[in-house]
Design a protein around this ligand. Sequence first.
Ligand code: HEC
Ligand code: HEC
Ligand code: HEC
Ligand code: HEC
Ligand code: HEC
Length: 646
Amino acid sequence: MQLNRTLRVVLVMGAAAGLLAAVVPERRYDQETNEGALWRMGELCTVEGEFFSGSGKCVNCHAPDPNGHALVDENGVTVSPVFDWQASMMANSARDPFWRAQVAREGLINPGHRDEIENTCTACHAPQGFHEARLTGGDAHYTMEDLLADDLGLDGVGCTGCHTIDNIGLAGRFNGDLPINPEQVAWGGFENPWDGLMSGQTGFIPAYGEHFRASEVCTSCHSLYSHTQDLAGESTGNVFFEQATYLEWVNSDFNAEGVQCQTCHMPLVAGGAIAATQPNWLFEQRFGRHHFVGGNTFMLKLMKDNAAALGLSATPTQYDSTIARTLRGLQQATATLNVQQLPAPTGEVAFEVEVVNQIGHKFPSGYPARLAFLEFALRTASGDTLFHSGRWTEAEGIVGRDLPYEPHHEVITSPSEVQIYEFAFADVAGEETTILERAATVLKDNRLPPRGFRTSHAAYDTVAIGPAASLDADFNRSAEGAEGTGADRVMYRVAVGDYRGTVEVAVRLHYQSVPKRWVSALLAASEEHPDIAAFRDMYEGADRTPVVVAEAAASGWTDFVAEGGAWTLVPNPVAPGSRVRVQPGDAREVLSGALFDASGRRCAELTPQDLLGGFDAGRWVAEGAFLVRIETAEGPQVVRGVVVRP
Ligand code: HEC
Ligand code: HEC
Ligand code: HEC
Ligand code: HEC
Ligand code: HEC
């Protein structure tokens, strides 16, 4: 057993040196077994710097255990940080082709300070290379040219890039300004780690750092402002907040409730896990899984499909797990949708759609390209489309979207209007732009705030709701006007012409991380830089279909008319087998109801849902008149209906 383990360590180390590549090539692409994963991990960077080491230095003890003993959960599934992290966006941040293309474009637009721009961009996307150069007194700028020649930088947000972050003023840091511990301490989330092997083999001393359990360790890379440049490339002296995920979280109930970034992005293993494969007598500790998934299925798929060209180390299987996890997060934990019919004048139907953000920051958050949009389709009982807003096609993208950006809507009455939750900004001349360095003023920010988000919060200025949404009375506000719902309600009012009868509504919330509109100006510059051309080819070859985050459906009726005063039944008369519902009058809230037949016999009790959603009166009354007594907050009302056989 022990011998076997030693042998495996030798194998992994051999893989690191590339020695076995020619000897057992078939094992190289074996994605089904842990050995395949171990093998590929040997290709991770193994450079040892003064302050950082490549993530390949951690595989000996933190890669999946071939014996299935350490780094597994109670079901034996690997929870190895190397394995989980390797196919995440953060692990691949320095090889990300979209990032490289955008860096190239910013440099082309402001060639006068290209080195400075590249130095800014590498701070978070290639932190190990950037800080190693800074701390060892390298050139004034760590540029793309430096990065391309530096494996430590190409390792992305690697193990030591994160684990050496010291607990010094973390909450107030921005733009990748990491306080790196010079003693090579690797802080983690559990107390009293045993250090008999790790520092000897890697130089890094494992230690408990309370700050690793808190959001603040993520702050400096997830808070980003730029120094605004005018159109001539001169600095205006102003700063512009481009990403404020951490501050959005600060201004939320999640902060007050102690729900950290890690709670959602690094879920704890139930019962803990053994943290290292060596030595073999360790016991279970608190263990946070290194999932780091957000919403970027698009780039993860693009990178998986172009892994060889991009020099990525993770296997297709690893990408598939990260993509599946990302999808699960988007579809099960991100947002919910509700839809209900409202009274409308004859010839129109009205529905209110409510979107509720469930996550610990704005949805969407992060990079300003991200957006979510609502699709609303209204059909007749026989399936004919009466109205469709927010359709998406490959050729057109979001159909009906205005240029340069779609305004925020409170009411939608035309298929050319669509609700898009997004961030849009303008340059000093007031023109909408996607050039980060030119961002000067906010045009639109109706991204859904997190629950508990308040305009009175000290951090509000940096994460403010944009101009139009802040005037929308139900945006992040309850019916009583209280802030912090994390929700928005949109009213759809649709003219139905001569159609009378039931209508069916289907609503979907879609998400896109890299929408075409955002990258079209970038792609148009593809002749000017090979990195942009490379990204264009990959982008054009990718499936750009948006991800469906949430769905809801409802039935309704035409002639659901607000008459004021008394309540009524619609439709009336009604056929057995069809649903009839009450239509609210002046009283707003219905509490309960009961159905009586013509002889006055009490036949059924009705819930508010039966009353408002519809019930089959024919179940109790074969033919003829019936009465419904409705208890409302303002007292009882009786309405009369008739069942007629067709
Ligand atoms: C403060 C740290 C930080 C700095 C500095 C930074 N970024 Fe980023 N960048 C991020 C984070 C965090 C994300 C991911 C957010 C998300 O997923 O929504 C990101 C995402 C991106 C993306 C989208 C990548 C994708 O695959 O979807 C691009 C493009 C990008 N950055 C370009 C740049 C450029 C260009 C610069 C320099 C001008 C820069 N970044 C500087 C932190 C930073
Ligand atoms: C020779 C084996 C070995 C190597 C290589 C190794 N580690 Fe460890 N690591 C350990 C052991 C053993 C522990 C402690 C486990 C325990 O006490 O249960 C540990 C614990 C940790 C902890 C947890 C500290 C805490 O208290 O929460 C972190 C973080 C860590 N290692 C990071 C790294 C990083 C980063 C690398 C690569 C630079 C690395 N390790 C390489 C063996 C190793
Ligand atoms: C983006 C930052 C980040 C990166 C990159 C990262 N880690 Fe961690 N790691 C953390 C945080 C935060 C925790 C603490 C989680 C907790 O306990 O709540 C942690 C915990 C750990 C632990 C101890 C388990 C625990 O829950 O405390 C080990 C071991 C570890 N990491 C190893 C690694 C290795 C090896 C890599 C590279 C493959 C790596 N980490 C990459 C942030 C990171
Ligand atoms: C050293 C800088 C750095 C630190 C520290 C850091 N991040 Fe990131 N993070 C990035 C960058 C850069 C990206 C974007 C990578 C890209 O898209 O190319 C990113 C992207 C992400 C994403 C988006 C992934 C997706 O698929 O959409 C999530 C989620 C995330 N980080 C979570 C965290 C959490 C949680 C922490 C703290 C435990 C953390 N990050 C700490 C730099 C950092
Ligand atoms: C309550 C759970 C929760 C908390 C707390 C949370 N997140 Fe997220 N986060 C999510 C989910 C779910 C997604 C995927 C939806 C999305 O892409 O916006 C996400 C997405 C992201 C993204 C990608 C943004 C985008 O819209 O594409 C980044 C970056 C990120 N989180 C970073 C963080 C950081 C940093 C913190 C702490 C300051 C944090 N998250 C706290 C659940 C959470």
